[in-house]
Design a protein around this ligand. Structure first.
Ligand code: ASP
Length: 358
């Protein structure tokens, strides 16, 4: 049995958890890591070795972009062999995007990367930050007693009562302490009196060196359908300069208008080499293009199915695949392939086993 103290690296990026009120404007603004730790003296009771890496200055996660994702991924890569696990403190607003992006960037990850934050600042009496931070540290330190390997071998979001797969989670509430949910994938753990791990939903990785790929191509966008969208608007958006990939947020099981002008514009965009991925606006369930004629005409126009992927995972996956300079066909093939648990895909990953070699 391993009796060594767990070694955890906390990566503090900012977010409400570490914010304080600006005395003049009364708006919350990010504050430094020492303030955060001063408010959680209980952490010392955990018999862990804890170090930190901080963003200077810490940021509101609405200001996160792929350069920040790269900074987090590189901090993990540089420290990978020296720590048992990583806790990333992050604002809730774009947490699901960061979690998804990191899941693609950290290929062959075998250690826990637990992202958490809070709805109330750590200095508030009723803060949820203290509990989230302590539980995140415990999850990052947890090992399977029989096999000795980390319990969690993936990027996950810990919030209040649940641990979710990072690329399956979505922020679902602006004010509830249970702010995240994964609508298409079961929880990785339930947090109550004990932390109950759900063995069947956790990823089991074979030991493999970590491979970090941080290039993201940001020439991608969401195009969310609404009834009444005009031909002119659609045309304008589909001609966004430099655009390579579009996550088309459709109705229900992947449906869109079937008017000839609509389908024609979409087909022409596909023919211009734009990868269009069909993702439902619904939080639960996925795209099934064979269910209705309105979904069928999209696939006939060359739109690919996102199945049950979240929109956060879809857009970051497009950035990641274009960032690797794959051919158009490869991007399309990998979009419908499960790379790290982000979709329940019908494509067998074995045909594309080592996607980093392509
Ligand atoms: N605006 C904050 C952020 O995302 C909200 C939060 O942390 O809950 O950084």
């Amino acid at each position: 049995m391993n009796t060594r103290k767990p070694k955890i690296l906390i990566i503090y990026t900012g977010g409400t958890i570490g914010m304080i009120e600006n005395p003049e404007t009364h708006a919350l603004q990010p504050f430094d890591f020492s303030h955060l730790m001063d408010n959680v003296p209980k952490v010392k009771k955990l018999d862990y070795e804890i170090d930190n890496f901080q963003f200077v200055p810490p940021i509101d996660s609405s200001n996160m972009d792929p350069t920040h994702w790269r900074d987090i991924a590189l901090a993990i890569e540089e420290n990978y062999d020296r720590y048992d696990g990583f806790v990333v403190l992050h604002g809730t607003d774009t947490m699901a995007f960061t979690a998804s992006a990191l899941s693609f960037m950290l290929e062959h990850l075998c250690k826990p990367v637990i992202i958490t934050g809070s709805q109330l600042p750590i200095g508030e009496v009723r803060t949820d930050g203290e509990e989230n931070l302590i539980t995140a540290l415990q999850v990052a330190a947890a090992r399977d007693e029989k096999e000795g390997r980390p319990r969690v071998q993936e990027v996950a979001i810990l919030f209040e009562n649940y641990l979710w797969r990072g690329n399956r989670a979505t922020k679902m509430s602006a004010d509830n302490f249970n702010a995240f949910k994964s609508f298409n994938y079961p929880e990785l753990a339930e947090i109550g009196l004990d932390i109950e791990y759900n063995k069947n939903s956790l990823r089991k990785m074979k030991p493999h060196p970590l491979n970090v790929c941080t290039d993201m191509d940001t020439n991608v966008m969401f195009l969310e359908l609404n009834p009444g969208m005009t031909e002119q608007t659609l045309d304008y958006l589909l001609h966004t300069p430099g655009i390579k990939g579009i996550v088309l947020k459709t109705y229900g099981a992947g449906n869109s208008p079937s008017y000839p002008w609509f389908i024609k514009k979409i087909r022409e965009a596909v023919e211009r080499g734009i990868v269009i991925v069909n993702v439902t606006q619904c939080v639960n369930g996925g795209v099934n293009c064979n269910l209705y004629e309105t979904g069928n005409s999209l696939s006939a126009a060359g739109v690919i199915s996102g199945y049950d992927i979240t929109s956060e995972a879809a857009i970051t996956k497009l950035m990641f695949l274009f960032g690797r300079n794959y051919s158009l066909n490869m991007v399309k093939q990998l979009m419908v392939t499960d790379l790290c648990g982000e979709i329940s895909s019908p494509t067998d990953i074995s045909i594309l086993q080592n996607f980093s070699d392509h």
